[in-house]
Design a protein around this ligand. Sequence first.
Ligand code: SF4
Length: 326
Amino acid sequence: MKSKRSIRYETLSCKTILNEVKAPSMPFARSLNPYRGCQHGCSFCYARSTHSFLGLETDDTFQNHIRIKENAAAVLERQLRAMARSRRGLAAAGTVAIGTATDPYQPIEGTWRLTRQCLEVLQAYGVPFSITTRSPLILRDLDILRQSPGSSVNISIHTLQTGLWSRMEPSTPPPDKRLATVRELAENGVRVGVFMAPILPYLSDGDDDVRAVIEQAARHRASFVVPSFLRLSTAAVKVWFFQTLQEAYPHLVQAYADLYAGGSGSLPPAYRERRMPFIRAELARHGFDAEPAARRTPSAARPPAAGDEAADEAADGQPVQLSFLF
Ligand code: SF4
């Protein structure tokens, strides 16, 4: 049984909420994260590093100390109003990526509804958005999603193995609930796909695992599937992941140490080249685009000063969910 933990919530006023993503390799120009920290506390979460950018600890503080940007919607409205008056107008917003550094539908959203308020503002200004989440709570906002042309949803599902899921993602809703969410969104006319991320070497990269996720994504009417392998982008991310690995899969510690010895945080190309043909073939077999246009390699993050609002943007520089690493 999962133990109950104590979470500290803190409200803050942000100066900006719509962050410009400067990395040209990113498939979006702006990002938005109504919270800092994520109650889901996934062992592989790249965003753990954003806490260190803010001068906070990157250990379990990341999931146990959540900051709530209580004025998010008002600030978003102000930023969009100013943008509408600018030379480029609202086109400058592009598609806003929501949930690049935290899950916008983590449990606290059920109370604060900041993500919903931000969606209402984006919809009012006609600005499309792309949401990444692991939570069925997104269905609460179906009314907005149905009426937001050009927008899309990415549901992250890295495995259907329940044992692996609960060890690696201690507080996320189970994969079958997420698949049901995909179906419900699709049946309501929302463009929705599955981020098969992160694929974990020796744990969720086997033929049967990969096939099962892709097959179920197709059955649940996903429009796309984007596979992405585990990145251990910073020392903080690496330390936390290896701690979980040591506890749950000690026999794999050495194998992972060898795989990620390169220092880039990415898997060696030879490994990806071995696995990708099968993944591409499965994607194609189920009618998914096996060569997504957005094949991008995230660039290194720029660590901003502690307290800098651009911390979210820095996190956006290397998201797990949004890294298209083949
Ligand atoms: S991977 Fe996503 S859901 Fe998991 S802790 Fe990080 S931001 Fe939250």
